[in-house]
Design a protein around this ligand. Structure first.
Ligand code: GCU
Length: 683
């Protein structure tokens, strides 16, 4: 059913109105020279399906020009038609996964040329995005290359069918400790990913337990089947591995990275994997983190651990992606000198230069854990001799768990545009992770997926925008959050202007709204322990997880400055260190991340901290209520089922926003004894 959201942004709905309908109808032939390549076959299938949907006419596929105008696909140098259309200048500007699209003004042919079949696939998806949104194809003339080399998705799926931090049902990959037999759904997922520009996927949770450890061995034939599906969409498959596999499944007594039997075990394991999957991507590793095993047990460091795996993969061209989410999760809350925010930098920065060239460090965007507001991780860019990718979380663990709408692209853009000043002004995060600043061999984006087996993939239909947006941003971080949202809305719901504008407003305001009724001024958490949904101000205050706010009757916030606090600020380049160190210059939205201040401290906004807390929480809850009303405006334009699905979630969000408001405001009224300036109801 069209309203269940399964087709997501690949609707290919019939375009019946608008200036360009007649243009599309002209094209009923696809010409392709290399049909035996699996990726080209996917491209042709997609184009056929897309064109037939959009024009409502049958499309035929041919190997040579029969009639014009046609849509012509090919790699440079193969078909003469491709070479003819594109100048040397154009074809030499196209990189491995890039493409050029050109409309021939004489014949009307639309020609997509690329260096690889992956480039053709991306070009096809681009053309379909244009037509899906009703755009003109008469004078296309574009050259596109992905800005980032690695554009990766991390599934946090377990083989029992559960998904760690999954908010959209169960896994589409596994059930009952087996790999799924529903390969069609996997293929549809691969299409969604490829269409947004993704080129790599790790198919199991970073927390790898006994059964998932056996994906390397016993389940390898099933993994090979999945790899074949993703291969058809130019997506490389990776596995998350258990660092202690040698013990867990290998029958050895150690996982010491310097032990020769351990190294031999991994070499043999890698050889078997590559025999089954010749283009296997490599390993994703969570080690010495949150009770997962790692090299620390043997007195070794992360470079020893990562290099041991890298050495096993190297002869096959594989890479190791080693996560930097390493901190002490058994901290004593009484110990004020320890600061979880420091951990990733303290562990990894001193190891710069020690990692093999096929190791990539995967660094979470912030120093804590995907909060609604955090500063940018100071580790990003701080290891010039080490490959890094940034890790985002598309899954909304701390941003409403796909029950609340929270369009995350604006947050990611802010992070990408952050100037680290590591090599002077303009050393932005996006330039670090596209590999430009340090000239890295590998670089790019990774993110935790937000999909499950719910019919619409993401639980909340509007959360699809985050999956789409992540891929588009990884392809080109210069796209604006609005542009991406408009693309997603038109491809998903259609082109009605009022509708597009209404949904755009809902998406663009959603992060700010969510932030305003949850934890204030960058302090983070205040959620219920374990599942992390809903307000609980002291939920983590006396726990071992290192996420505290230190509120008392005088004030709140974490002193992370160098002069008086944990010294976390010293991990930044001087400009940023000084920015955060001083109360005068620290941005309001991060104030409580960096400073402990009295409730009466006056923000740059002119409000006191306590009044800011009250005001934002009243406003946030009110605005969440207004979103319910805004959505009603699109009732006529959005399919009934889809409409209702979103409407129900928005109502729930508005209710829960009130709960957040009242819990937070009441907590701080009782702690501070300071009344709301406007005398509103606080309990
Ligand atoms: C968060 C999340 C965990 C996850 C971890 C990680 O802490 O709550 O479920 O395993 O991040 O990124 O490894």
């Amino acid at each position: 059913h069209p309203g269940d959201g399964y087709l997501a942004w690949l609707q290919y709905r019939r375009i019946t109105a608008g200036a360009n309908v007649d243009q599309y109808a002209e094209y009923n032939q696809i010409i392709v020279t290399e049909q035996d390549d699996v990726v080209i076959r996917s491209a042709v299938n997609e184009l056929t399906q897309g064109m037939e949907g959009i024009t409502g006419r049958k499309i035929c596929i041919s190997g040579k020009t029969e009639r014009t105008p046609s849509i012509v696909l090919g790699t440079f140098g193969t078909g003469s038609r491709i070479a003819e259309v594109f100048s040397e200048e154009v074809s030499s500007a196209i990189k491995a996964e890039g493409y050029a699209i050109h409309t021939d003004s004489v014949t009307g042919d639309i020609v997509i040329g690329a260096v690889t079949s992956a480039g053709i696939l991306y070009g096809v998806f681009h053309l379909l995005r244009i037509m899906g949104a009703g755009g003109s194809v008469q004078q296309l003339n574009m050259v596109e290359n992905p800005v980032n080399q690695l554009r990766m998705i991390n599934q946090w799926d377990n083989m029992d069918g559960s998904v760690e931090r999954g908010y959209a049902g169960e896994s589409i990959f596994y059930e009952d400790n087996r790999v799924t037999s529903n390969l069609q759904r996997i293929q549809d997922y691969a299409r969604l990913l490829a269409s947004s520009g993704i080129n790599a996927i790790a198919i199991n949770n970073v927390n790898v337990h006994q059964v998932e450890s056996r994906l390397l061995t016993e389940f390898l034939p099933d993994v090979a089947k999945l790899a074949a599906i993703f291969r058809g969409y130019a997506i490389k498959l990776f596995l998350s591995i258990n660092y202690a596999s040698t013990i867990e499944i290998g029958g050895l007594l150690t996982a010491d990275p310097l032990d020769s039997t351990v190294r031999e075990w991994w070499r043999a394991a890698a050889s078997k994997i590559y025999a089954a999957i010749p283009d296997f991507g490599g390993f994703l590793v969570k080690a010495d983190s949150e009770n997962r095993p790692g090299p620390f047990t043997y007195g070794r460091d992360h470079a020893d651990g990562a290099n041991m795996l890298a050495e096993a993969l190297k002869p096959h061209g594989g890479i190791v992606i080693w996560r930097c989410f390493v901190y002490n999760c058994k901290q004593d809350w009484r110990d004020r000198s320890m600061d979880r925010a420091r951990a990733a930098y303290d562990h990894f920065q001193p190891l710069d230069g020690r990692f093999m060239d096929n190791v990539i460090l995967q660094v979470k965007n912030g120093p804590i854990d995907f909060q609604v507001r955090e500063p940018v991780s100071p580790l990003l860019g701080a290891m010039p001799h080490t490959n890094q990718v940034i890790e985002f979380q598309i899954a909304q663990e701390y941003t409403g768990q796909q029950r609340h709408v929270c369009y995350l692209v604006p947050q990611w853009k802010e992070i990408l545009n952050f100037d680290t000043h590591l090599q002077g002004e303009g050393t932005t995060v996006k330039r670090i992770i596209d590999g430009n600043v340090h000239g890295n061999a590998y670089s790019g984006f990774a993110a935790v997926s937000n999909i499950g087996n719910d019919a619409n993939w993401t639980g909340h239909l509007l959360a699809q925008a985050n999956l789409f947006g992540y891929g588009r941003l990884a392809w080109n971080p210069e796209l604006s959050a609005e542009e991406i949202a408009v693309e997603w809305i038109t491809l998903t719901f259609g082109t009605n202007e009022l509708m597009v504008q209404t949904i755009l407003n809902i998406l663009m305001n959603s992060w700010e709204i969510y932030e305003s009724y949850t934890a204030p001024l960058g302090v983070g958490f205040m959620v219920n322990p374990n599942h992390h949904y809903g307000p609980n101000v002291d939920g983590y205050e006396y726990s071992m997880w290192g996420t505290y706010h230190f509120a008392d009757c005088y004030g709140i916030g974490v002193d992370r400055i160098s002069a008086t606090g944990t010294g976390y600020t010293s991990q930044y380049a001087r400009m940023n260190m000084e920015l955060y160190e001083s109360l005068e210059s620290c941005p309001d939205e991060l104030l409580l991340f960096f400073h402990h201040v009295p409730y009466t401290h006056v923000l740059h906004s002119g409000k006191t901290v306590i009044q800011h807390i009250y005001d934002t929480h009243f406003e946030g809850a009110e605005r969440a209520g207004q979103v319910v009303a805004a959505w009603e405006l699109v009732k006529e334009q959005v399919d009934g089922r889809a409409y209702q699905q979103v409407a129900d979630r928005l109502v729930e969000q508005a209710e829960h926003a009130k709960e957040w408001r009242d819990r937070i405001n009441t907590y701080f009224l009782r702690k501070s004894g300071i009344a709301d300036q406007w005398g509103r109801t606080i309990y």
